[in-house]
Design a protein around this ligand. Structure first.
Ligand code: GLN
Length: 202
């Protein structure tokens, strides 16, 4: 492959922040709003934002089925926060009828931390990114409640009401990567660098 082009789903959410991070790790990126634009990219980032809005707009723009086909066909994809919800095969706490693109054999709970606190930051152990902890920003974030056999748990966050093992906040399944938090809102580009490695391997 020549230099891969990474699309950023640009229906809603923090698109520019992801494009800035992709540029920081040396990836070409462009916004994706139409099926033709989706056809033209090698990989896709699904940004943070609001999954219910993203889902409705994806339906309106005729993008939901094309997104499902590309992900099922092996296109590398990375979802942060609302983007993680979009990549999940199953969601808890969605609005009536809420659909996802799917592809990851995970159950994600929307607004999972909401009862405790809306937004928070934490330093995470994330061994796939090296020994240095990853500073993570959570905003009305989901967590991963269940993972299927093919899913690798990359990181967990300790929560006050947890059982001590912590809640799953980063996962990988083959070419699909998802985080509950927003690396695009920090200066640490290691998650985007990991995604770019996945894209280049594909
Ligand atoms: N709570 C939002 C949702 O359900 C996600 C929040 C975010 O992306 N920061 O889509």
């Amino acid at each position: 492959m020549t230099q891969p082009t990474v699309g950023v789903l640009a229906l809603q959410g923090d698109v520019r922040e992801h494009q800035r991070m992709l540029a920081a790790v040396g990836a070409q990126s462009r916004p994706v709003r139409t099926p033709a634009e989706l056809d033209a990219v090698d990989a896709l980032v699904l940004p943070g934002g609001e999954s219910t809005t993203m889902w409705r707009l994806a339906r309106t723009f005729g993008l939901l089925e094309p997104l499902r086909r590309r992900v099922a066909g092996g296109m590398p994809a990375y979802g942060s926060c609302a983007g993680m919800i979009m990549l999940a095969d199953r969601i808890e706490g969605g609005v009536a009828g809420q659909e996802t693109v799917g592809g990851m054999d995970i159950t994600v709970r929307r607004n999972a931390f909401g009862r405790q606190v809306d937004s928070f930051e934490a330093d995470l152990d994330f061994p796939a990114l090296g020994a240095e902890p990853l500073h993570a920003v959570f905003i009305r974030a989901p967590w991963v409640e269940k993972v299927g056999d093919g899913v690798e748990v990359l990181s967990r966050v300790a929560t006050a009401d947890g059982d001590g093992t912590g809640n799953i906040v980063a996962v990988r399944q083959g070419r699909l990567l998802a985080t509950s938090f927003h690396p695009e809102l920090t200066a640490d580009a290691r998650v985007h660098a990991l995604f770019l490695d996945i894209v280049k391997e594909a």
